[in-house]
Design a protein around this ligand. Structure first.
Ligand code: SF4
Ligand code: SF4
Length: 286
């Protein structure tokens, strides 16, 4: 599930769609929005396991350092700042090791440090694998890869028919990493010009990887909607409009209860649209 723009209801839709699909197929939810994971907030969860995520980072032994600053000169990622002694900013350090190679006194080593974690959670109706990158840390693409891998393992263990990955907003490397190996990309948007503009950008990214994709138009009928006209580029790519989900006041109520809307208010218009979307995805992918 990708959207380009954040705030269009991608995560709430992921949870609701997951709850409907879980009724017949078994589902694993994966939160690949590792910089701000919040899938678990939309449904009650119990923590089952935490797996630390490690990244390679340069570490200076200041007892050995003679302050020559050769390491600063060679770092192409601006991860080292000078002064009286070199200071390494972990958030910019990629662990490339160039600084340790040029250090004349072997004062720098590249070590594995914790920069995030995988949370394995259980909702009662499905497993959730959520990546959680420490604030300001780099390496989101790698952690997203770990989320995907663990979600696949959980799905195999439980015989789940679907893995639903809630991708991050934007079109950068975390979004690309989240759709790697996917059978299908659901693109979520709402009928406003900014959302449709960003949808066009993520559509162009998905097209580069030749993954089948369809669009869900969320919050149809919202008062501030400027247009529900799809941009010309989207029409040209011939993407399916999978579902139009109406703006429904019961969705925030379900959110407040911490329950998937399609489960909490089964007869609500939005819930019925999400159930039709689930049938569509079953027909396409199973
Ligand atoms: S290259 Fe080595 S000795 Fe020179 S400033 Fe960096 S850590 Fe210190
Ligand atoms: S390991 Fe690479 S990125 Fe990190 S401080 Fe050293 S040269 Fe810079």
């Amino acid at each position: 599930m990708l959207s380009g723009k954040g705030g269009v209801g991608r995560s709430t839709l992921t949870v609701s769609l997951g709850a409907v699909l879980a009724e017949r197929n078994g589902v694993v939810l994966a939160d690949a929005n590792v910089a701000a994971p919040h899938l678990h907030l939309f449904t009650g969860v119990v923590q089952e396991e935490v797996v630390e995520s490690l990244a390679a980072k340069a570490v200076v032994d200041y007892d050995l350092c003679d302050h020559c600053m050769k390491c600063l000169e060679v770092c192409r990622f601006s991860a080292i700042i000078g002064g009286e002694e070199p200071i390494i900013f972990n958030c910019f350090c990629t662990g490339c090791g160039a600084c340790s190679l040029v250090c004349p006194v072997d004062a720098i080593t590249v070590q594995s440090v914790v920069n995030g974690r995988l949370n394995i959670l259980d909702t009662g109706w499905c497993r959730v694998v959520a990546g959680d990158l420490d604030i300001g840390e780099s390496g989101s693409g790698r952690l997203v890869g770990a989320v995907r891998k663990r979600a696949r393992l959980e799905a195999e263990k439980r015989g789940a028919g679907f893995i639903l990955i809630d991708g991050p907003p934007g079109t950068g490397s975390p979004a690309i990493a989240s759709m790697k190996g996917a059978d299908y990309v659901i693109l979520v948007t709402e009928p406003t010009p900014p959302a449709l503009h960003d949808l066009q950008r993520i559509v162009d990214v998905v097209a580069r990887y030749a993954i089948p994709a369809g669009i869900v138009l969320n919050r149809c009928g919202m008062p501030e909607a400027g247009t529900r006209q799809m941009p010309a580029g989207l029409r040209a790519r011939n993407h399916d409009l999978l579902a139009e989900i109406p703006l429904d006041p019961l969705l925030p109520a379900a959110l407040a209860e911490g329950r998937p809307a399609a489960e909490a208010f089964r007869a609500a218009p939005a819930s019925r649209a999400i159930r039709r979307l689930a049938r569509t995805m079953e027909n396409r992918l199973l």
